[in-house]
Design a protein. Sequence first.
Length: 223
Amino acid sequence: MGYDLNFAVVWRNFDKMWGGLLLSLELAVISIAIGVLIGLVLALAHVSGGRWLRGVIAAYVETIRNVPLILLVYLVFYGLPQAVDIRYDAATSFVVTLSVYSGAYLVEVFRAGLEAIPKGQIDAGKALGLTPWQRFTSVRLPAMIRIILPALSNTFISLFKDTSVASVIAVPELTWGAQWINLNTFRIVEAYLIATAMYLVTGYLLLFLLRLLERRFRVGRHA
């Protein structure tokens, strides 16, 4: 028996997918922002801390990076509330999970960037009499951002795609919207084709914007 494509049914319920895409972007932005904070703080601690602190950070990074995201989502949403008796909705649970997950990856990105800064730049800041905070904000942070922008762009795009995992706990993002349309209209091919196209277009648009940012701040660029 053949399968006849009928996109009209999907378009009538397109609000589910459009709203889901907006929520996917919102989840990604919030999670990445928190993940950047986690990654930067831990990267600084790793670079300047003692051996025991580096060991703790390394354990966090290796544990999170070697556990599937979907398992972490289930643990935080179903397991953690039972273990410590707290309550939160599915979207909040996913933001917490993706923030911790992204932080583990961003620690390594930021650490590599900090360690790649030429020592002469930091010494020059000391010679100018800059305080440690001034050296960080005026010397280390700008230099690190220029170095890590390509890796940061790839990580951000990957994390945006990872928001699709939120569908397993019924967060109404883009993949959940496609699933809803499939379950209610039985148009599986059309629903997932449109979802795929939406991920592709959004991903390429984000990548284009991030590449513009890379060219603007790339290492070696002259003002």
